[in-house]
Design a protein around this ligand. Sequence first.
Ligand code: TYD
Length: 206
Amino acid sequence: MRGLFISVEGPDGSGKSTQVTNIKEFFESRGRDVVLSREPGGTVIGERIRNIILDKDLKEMDPMTEAMLYAASRAQHVSQVIMPALSEGKVVICDRFVDSSLAYQGCGRGLGEAVAVINSYAVRGCMPDLTFLMKLDPEVGKHRIEENRAEQDRLEQEKLAFHRKVYEGFLELEKEHPDRIVGIDASLAVDRIRDLIYAKLEELLG
Ligand code: TYD
């Protein structure tokens, strides 16, 4: 029996975390065992890698180093958490997964195809059954973060031009994988977004 793997993606400040919690409640109310996780992180090793990647003092980090660190965190996460949970029939909900690398490092940093190659080793065919892409103008997302957070991490501190490229990357992925990636208008009210997501999940469960 294989469980269900769901990822939530989108630009910084697009309200992913709120919806991740809603998706968890959706499955728990149906009696499913849910594993909630995030990237970078999700394991002890991954959380340590996360601290390095997001450290705002490490401005000299090479883009390829960055891409490999995200992939390293992912490799550990897939083998230690995601694959075992799926093989036990659980529902895995992940706040960001490989699409973030393709958008941020592939498009944002301009590393292109190399990112897909590196990540094929990390993911080993373990791809989400469904991915919700929270679609929000990166400028709006950036404003939300600047208003709500005292301190921004290394990636959040990037200029708007970088976040625009990342967003274009996400839109490109949505076009390439229409069966897996479901775009959600993240400018709507949170309850409306939850209803759209729940409708899609009902459809998935048949
Ligand atoms: P996240 O913890 O989701 O931050 P937030 O809650 O602010 O959205 O992700 C941290 C940052 O890492 C975020 O700016 C996106 C970036 N990121 C990548 O650049 N590549 C990746 O593969 C992942 C998973 C995240």
